[in-house]
Ligand binder design. Structure first.
Ligand code: G6P
Ligand code: MG
Length: 214
């Protein structure tokens, strides 16, 4: 029985995944190469520094630790330029309603995002008080596909992993949920997220009646 739903943030509750992509693409362009949406799939759900390593590898670029820090800070500043201009209306349609329906059914609701900007984003969306537990990139050592973030969220929620359902748009996130022993709804393309128990095109397409079938 599912007693808790754990939501990823970027690409699941709001389209900040696109802002991350635009910021990484700008960095790649500045370094002299192109970053495609397909390349970007590898970055989803992965921490800032790990994402940078992947980007540099794609461009065939080596950098010192200090240079990496400068590049990561640049990318984060560009990402935050988008976030600063974000409107509460940017939350994906139907997401608030889904969270409310889950809570009304007595299902606990958690947030598990590898992003160190997660708290700022949910505050801007005005949903910071909707969650029974929040775990972000500042609270974990291992980023997805490691299960740490989901296990910590489940622990905070007081629900065993087997009774948790994760909503994820990233391949690394789906793997992390499975490694945690949780059920997973993929948000996006079934081709990309074929390891999830169920895939929906948009978060709000998930029907609460499915909970009993998972
Ligand atoms: C999420 C996103 C990734 C992002 C990571 C770190 O997992 O899916 O694209 O790189 O968070 O985000 P941050 O805001 O800390 O740089
Ligand atoms: Mg995501």
């Amino acid at each position: 029985m599912i007693r808790a739903c754990i939501f990823d943030l970027d690409g699941v509750l709001v389209d900040t995944a696109h802002y991350h992509f635009l910021a990484w693409k700008r960095l790649a362009n500045e370094l002299g190469f192109e970053l495609t949406p397909a390349d970007n799939e590898q970055l989803k759900g992965v921490s800032r520094m790990q994402s940078l390593d992947i980007v540099l590898q794609l461009g065939g670029i080596t950098a010192t630790e200090h240079e990496k820090e400068v590049l990561a800070n640049k990318k984060n500043a560009w990402f935050n330029d988008f976030v600063d201009r974000m409107m509460p209306e940017e939350i994906f349609p139907g997401v608030k309603q889904l969270i409310r329906e889950l809570k009304a059914k007595g299902v606990k609701v958690g947030l598990a995002s590898s992003s160190k900007n997660a708290k700022t984003v949910i505050q801007l969306l005005g949903i910071q008080n909707e969650f029974d537990a929040i775990v972000d990139g500042t609270m974990i050592v291992n980023s997805k596909p490691h299960p740490e973030i989901f296990l910590l969220t489940a622990e905070k929620l007081g629900i065993v992993p087997e009774e948790c359902l994760v909503f994820e748009d990233a391949e690394a996130g789906v793997e992390a949920a499975l490694a945690a022993g949780m059920k997973c709804v993929g948000v996006g393309s079934p081709l990309q997220l074929n390891r999830a128990h169920e895939v929906v095109a948009k978060t709000a397409d998930f029907k609460i009646t499915e909970l009993a079938k998972l």
